[in-house]
Design a protein around this ligand. Structure first.
Ligand SMILES: C[S@@+](CC[C@H](N)C(=O)[O-])C[C@H]1O[C@@H](n2cnc3c(N)ncnc32)[C@H](O)[C@@H]1O
Length: 214
């Protein structure tokens, strides 16, 4: 996978409105038909799920926020709405069509979109000029990833986070928890019904004391 960020088209600004909404759905559905296992869902996340996931973040103290699997930007735009002016959002997706779509649709100097796998998160963070992330948010469908990839992503993510940082995951099942508990000290989850289908919200925290001792 290429690790080079795709070039930004300057001066376009972000497109909005009903047309944009339908274009996002069309794009998402088309990609689901092409790569069902990689996308894992037939429709993007609901606004309620987005708000509940992002309400967990201490935005004032966030300098680097990483998003895995941004797709058509359902979370990317709300993250940018909340992110401090001097912070960075690093969005990583394996699907080049989504990367190109985001590049064309969102023009924000805080956003860096890269094509590649979340398993390479540490390299992408380094290439973005950072050391560690404050938060990592993931929409990757862990239950349909090839063998070993999910566990590798969880372990790499823990190393990529600062002490006290959190890995926030939205998933249709608790499947990913079996990969999180061996590497994260504190894993919790809850259910959000107002999503199609209802979605689990999982939070894995890299605890300060244990992270320093490791
Ligand atoms: C269910 S979609 C989530 C889209 C969007 N964030 C949302 O909430 O509507 C899953 C996304 O994960 C991406 N993906 C799958 N495996 C990945 C991996 N190993 N690294 C990065 N992105 C991945 C897919 O290309 C897709 O964009």
């Amino acid at each position: 996978m290429a690790s080079i960020p795709v070039k930004k088209t300057k001066g376009k600004g972000e497109k909005g409105g009903v047309r944009s909404f339908f274009s996002q759905w069309r794009m998402f559905f088309r990609q689901f038909v092409k790569h069902p296992g990689m996308i894992g869902s037939v429709i993007p996340s609901s606004a309620t799920l987005v708000d509940r996931m992002l309400d967990q973040v201490d935005w004032r103290n966030t300098r680097l926020f990483v998003e895995y699997g941004p797709g058509v930007g359902t979370f990317t735009r709300p993250i940018l709405d909340r992110l401090p002016a001097d912070a960075t959002l690093l969005a990583i997706d394996v699907n080049l069509d989504f990367v190109a779509y985001l590049e064309a649709e969102i023009d924000d100097p805080r956003l860096r979109v890269v094509h590649g796998s979340a398993a390479d998160v540490r390299r992408f963070i380094k290439e973005a000029g950072h050391y560690q992330a404050d938060y990592v948010l993931s929409g990757i469908p862990f239950s349909t990833l090839p063998d070993g990839v999910g566990a590798a992503i969880c372990a790499e993510t823990r190393t990529a986070l600062r002490s006290g940082g959190a890995f926030l995951i939205y998933q249709y099942s608790r499947y990913v928890c079996r990969m999180l508990t061996p590497v994260f000290e504190d894993v919790s989850d809850s259910l959000e019904w107002r999503n199609i289908p209802p979605c689990r919200m999982i939070r894995a925290v890299k605890q300060e004391a244990l992270a320093q001792a490791a």
